[in-house]
Design a binder for this molecule. Sequence first.
Ligand SMILES: [Zn+2]
Length: 332
Amino acid sequence: MKRPLAQWGVMALTVICVLFAAISSIKVMGQLRSTQEKLDKAQLAILSAQKEIDEIQKSREEEAKAARQKALDEKKVQEAKEAAEGASQEREVQEADSDDAQTEEENSEGEEPSNSFESPSNGIMVGIDPGHQGSWVDMSALEPNAPGSSEMKARCTTGTTGNYTHLEEYQLNLDVSMKLRDILESRGYQVVMTREDNDANISNAERAQKVAEAGADIYVRIHANSSDDTSVSGALTMSPSSTNPYVANLYEESYRLSEVILDYYCQATGIGNRGVTLTDSMTGINWSTIPVTIVEMGFMSNQGDDTKMADSQFQQTMAEGIANGIDAYFAQ
Ligand SMILES: [Zn+2]
């Protein structure tokens, strides 16, 4: 009886030990798991801290870079300021005696930017006629080619076309005329236009009357030429002759206007100067009551002239040349 009892005791002890061990190992495993979780968390925290550190470092680098750039910019601004001050001092020395320069400076300081290119009126009005009109406008009806004349001519003609660019003369005339208008207005002139689009239905006689009635001092008609000989190039202007039956009284001033505009136009553009042509057959001249000129800006039948005149930048130079001639006409 004693042995089985002892055996039971050993067995029970063993079972207790095993149970204890199992419980312990479960406990340890649980602890291990929680430790692992803690480790993971700590690692995550380290990673996020590292990320924060990186970000801080990066932003610091950027700040330093910006500061360096700012310092560099400030240095540049300072240098530019110094250069500008030097330049303005030089200018002041050069213009010390010029009242005009001072007035200009005062104007540019006192006025709003939108007005900075507008000059005060110089009291002169220029009539500009962009020759012809769109080909779709019927101008075939007749009108006398001078006041009281029995000779009848079409109200207007269509004009020529660029041999190479295929640009229509009425469009070229309008484009240069609008640029001329803007330049003249910026120089203090008043401008009256005979037309500002290609749909206008206004005859040559009506154009001459329109600008004179508006109070224009001179009448500048803008055209381009054409010839069967494509080698012919250059610009010319037209004036009435001293024996014109209708406007001989305008001959001297018209000739002077024609000559000075042509000279300045050719100087600005480099286009050849073909001189002033006298004509008494043009309705738009014969109906004029103020000094008048026709500017034939170049030959649209010539490749060189045609190509140059179709360029918008060159048109600006053409308009500036004509405006310079108008300035010179009134300065004489
Ligand atoms: Zn024409």
